[in-house]
Design a protein around this ligand. Structure first.
Ligand code: SAM
Ligand code: SF4
Length: 468
């Protein structure tokens, strides 16, 4: 998989000692005497953020967060089942903790594997006592109380809920950029995808609490917010205000103190002109759209039930390319979907040439439980899927190398979010989500916005120098 200008939350964990003031509130709550939890997260940004909220919920109830399972009395895994490999990883990790239950520790599985496998987890890993899918996180304190009251096993597996997961406290991993889920679940029915089964139906949060949370974040010193949803742009305000997604973007950008608004992931079918107009009109809305295409072949898209054609997708791209502000476009692609012919795969390659993405995530098709495509013959061999993936990634690498080379000499504003062990080396992201490593003699740049001049480029990142 090409790893473009993507930031992994694991890279952004800050020890309390490194945090500027507003991190203190986290440790203050964690000081409360009580049980200790260890929480490990697999998967997407939505899982990362769910874990931040689960951690907040536990901290607000007197639990303390620790960095190793050994130091914890409660061990939680927030899991991903989007591809088979991800799900297998969870069971192998659970296997490592088989002995822990006999030491009196409670082991729990959260997230997509929990929802997908349900009580089967107790059979495969009898040392697990808690299984809870994302639609039931609000019940976690109740479930933990049941365990403390002597119940051996508890489950939270409902998905038929209208509620979203609201918490009073969120323990955020990054002191400057805050994730905020605005829509949970998914009502699309892509034939390869487990998400509608693991995260339940689409539920949008009301606009008022979203904006209230953004104001609180700004007051705490966060200057960048990233609105999250599996199909973030399908947002439908459930209140009488009926804010459209583009109106919500504009309202978030207007909150004093907020300098950047990101959003991911957008679904092409719901990507409407007013979103591009909002980006054009409001510079605080980042000039980056992640618009997964999945395939360049209309036949394959139909078999995937993606609800748009190659032509329809290219019209959305043309709409962005016509904007009066350049917009970086990134995508997701699946190779080796059942029945994908060589010429259909080549249509995906030609789509890369045509769109000139700024980066791409690419995956080999993986058959998943409950999905429609499971009944289609997974006819393409692993070897052939790997070959296609390699060809695709090479093509994209060439595109990124050429695009990034053209940026040498340009100036970007970046939010500094990383400092390397080597003196004077820093890193951060542009609004278009390009990562730049740069040199500066300054001492305290973390969390600040600086101008950087690009002096060199590679396919996945840029290097530069602090510009006055
Ligand atoms: N909601 C987003 C969308 O519609 O594009 C994507 C959500 S999914 C968590 C992230 C990516 O995983 C998808 O865009 C797709 O490329 C990939 N993916 C999902 N199911 C897959 C499967 N069964 N096999 C391989 N890749 C898969
Ligand atoms: Fe899965 Fe499709 Fe929903 Fe994305 S839009 S989460 S790929 S079902």
């Amino acid at each position: 998989m090409t790893q473009p200008f993507h930031v992994r939350i694991e890279d952004l964990k800050w020890r309390d000692a490194e945090l500027p003031n507003h991190g203190d509130r986290v440790s203050a709550r964690a000081d409360a005497a009580g049980k200790a939890f260890f929480l490990e997260t697999f998967g997407c940004q939505m899982n990362d953020h769910d874990s931040e909220r689960v951690a907040g919920l536990l901290l607000s109830r007197g639990y303390r967060e620790v960095e190793t399972p050994e130091a914890a009395s409660l061990i939680l895994y927030n899991t991903c089942s989007i591809r088979e490999k991800a799900a297998q990883k969870v069971f192998s990790r659970l296997g490592e903790y088989r002995e822990k239950q006999s030491e009196g520790k409670v082991i729990g599985v959260l997230g997509c594997v929990a929802q997908q496998e349900g009580e089967e987890i107790f059979k495969r890993a009898p040392w697990v006592s808690l299984v809870c899918g994302s639609a039931s996180y609000r019940k976690l304190p109740e479930m933990l109380a049941q365990l403390e009251a002597g119940n051996q096993r508890v489950t939270g597996l409902d998905t038929d809920t209208d509620e979203t997961f609201e918490t009073e406290v969120t323990r955020r991993d990054n002191p400057w950029r805050a994730y905020l889920t605005i829509i949970e679940g998914c009502d699309k029915a892509c034939s390869y995808c487990v998400v509608p089964f693991t995260r339940g139906p689409e539920r949008s949060r009301a606009s008022d609490p979203i904006l209230r949370e953004v104001r609180q974040l700004a007051a705490l010193g966060y200057s960048e917010v990233q609105l999250l949803g599996q199909t973030v742009n399908s947002y439908a305000d459930p209140t009488a205000r009926k804010m459209r997604f583009s109106e919500l973007l504009l309202a978030v950008a207007e909150v004093p103190g907020i300098r950047r608004v990101r959003f991911t992931t957008s679904h092409p079918s719901d990507f409407t002109p007013d979103i591009v107009e909002a980006i054009e009109q409001q510079p605080k809305i980042c000039d980056h759209v992640h618009l997964p295409v999945q395939s360049g072949s209309t036949r394959v898209l139909r078999a995937m039930q993606r609800t748009y054609s190659r032509q329809g997708y290219l019209e959305k791209i043309a709409m962005m390319r016509g904007a009066n502000r350049p917009i970086a476009i990134t995508t997701d692609i699946i190779v080796g979907f059942p029945g994908e012919t060589e010429s259909e795969f080549e249509q995906t390659l030609s789509l890369l040439n045509e769109v000139q993405y700024d980066s791409m995530y690419s995956f080999k098709y993986s058959p998943r439980p409950n999905t429609l495509s499971l009944s289609m013959s997974d006819s393409i061999s692993e070897e052939e899927k790997s070959r296609r993936l390699g060809v695709l990634q090479n093509r994209q690498r060439e595109i990124q190398a050429a695009k990034n080379a053209r940026l040498v000499g340009s100036h970007f504003e970046i939010l500094v979010s990383g400092k390397s062990r080597r003196d004077n080396q820093w890193s951060g992201y542009t609004t278009s989500h390009r990562m730049i490593n740069f040199a500066s003699q300054e001492r305290a740049l973390l969390g600040t916005y600086v101008q950087v001049r690009v002096t060199g480029a590679s396919p996945n990142s840029l290097v530069g120098e602090h510009a006055a």
